[in-house]
Write a protein that binds this ligand. Structure first.
Ligand code: NAD
Length: 260
């Protein structure tokens, strides 16, 4: 379905980004991976995607806090692949603290990685997409793009911001064959979330199953985690011709969380 298309997925060395990179590769797209982590593990994932799906997979270590590195990543992808047809802005971090003790440097980092990076990368890919009259941009937002939770001021601000940025760029690009959408997941059991479960169970004196159901999934009516595979398939759908009229949307994939 995406044969001949070239994609960048930021923050794709782990979790949701890796799942989306894999789904795009499976659909036939060449992919540039990005993110941090153990060099050997990253190379193993890169080589596996290439081998399993018969596509070209590159890796960029660009730091999403640095606009020059973001521009360099886009340029490398364009030079190596010939074009960038799909951009998935997924890299993100979290910090949880009350506003009065929220470290200002964490605020700056979250706004930079979760919001400003998408501005810089979209700015870099749009001219070429306009010229080629095709583009698919997917910003990974969160249920926190639509509703708030306490102690997540920077994250909620960044995710609400990415919702506005998505709509704005969608309007600017609409007549050029480019769609811009945000996916707003509820809880996904990525390594990041998984790592918190044993400690929370110990701290609260409850089982790990109870942590999942009564703490993590308290706001999610299905009481099921969203999976990276579900998000990957949605991303592939948004890249296809059937989704050409879907633009400027914030698509909740949250088990009913934001319906409440
Ligand atoms: P994760 O920690 O598993 O993955 C985050 C990725 O971002 C990693 O590849 C990491 O290396 C990369 N990254 C972090 N800082 C970076 C930087 N400065 N430059 C480049 N890459 C950087 O997390 P995840 O759960 O897969 O989250 C991915 C996205 O999904 C984030 O935007 C997050 O806000 C969003 N999200 C996650 C959940 C969830 O429940 N896990 C829910 C809603 C939205």
């Amino acid at each position: 379905m995406l044969h001949g298309k070239n994609a960048i997925v930021t923050g794709s060395t782990s979790g949701i980004g890796l799942g989306i990179a894999e789904a795009l590769a499976q659909a036939g797209a060449n992919v540039m991976m990005n993110g941090f982590g153990d060099a050997k593990e990253i190379e193993a994932d890169r080589a596996r995607l290439e081998k399993d799906h018969g596509v070209k997979v590159l890796y960029s270590p660009a730091n999403m806090m640095d606009r020059h590195e973001i521009a360099g990543m886009v340029e490398t992808a364009r030079e190596t692949f010939g074009s960038v047809d799909v951009l998935v802005n997924n890299a993100g971090i979290q910090h949880v603290a009350p506003i009065e003790t929220f470290p200002p440097e964490k605020w700056d980092a979250i706004i930079a990685i979760n919001l400003s990076a998408a501005f810089h990368s979209m700015r870099a890919v749009i001219p070429d997409m306009k010229e080629r009259r095709f583009g698919r941009i997917i910003n990974i937002a969160s249920a926190h793009a639509l509703v708030a939770s306490p102690f997540k001021s920077a994250y909620v601000a960044a995710k609400h911001g990415i919702a506005g940025l998505t709509k704005t760029v969608a309007l600017e690009a609409a007549e050029h064959g480019i769609t811009v959408n945000a996916i707003a997941p509820g809880y996904v059991l990525t390594p990041l979330v998984e790592a918190q479960i044993p400690d929370t169970a110990k701290a609260r004196g409850i089982s790990e199953e109870e942590v999942k159901r009564d703490v993590l999934l308290a706001a999610q009516p299905t009481k099921q985690f969203v999976t990276v595979e579900q998000l990957g398939e949605l991303a592939v759908f948004l890249c296809g011709d059937a989704a050409a009229s879907i633009t400027g949307t914030i698509l909740p994939v949250d088990g009913g969380w934001t319906a409440q």
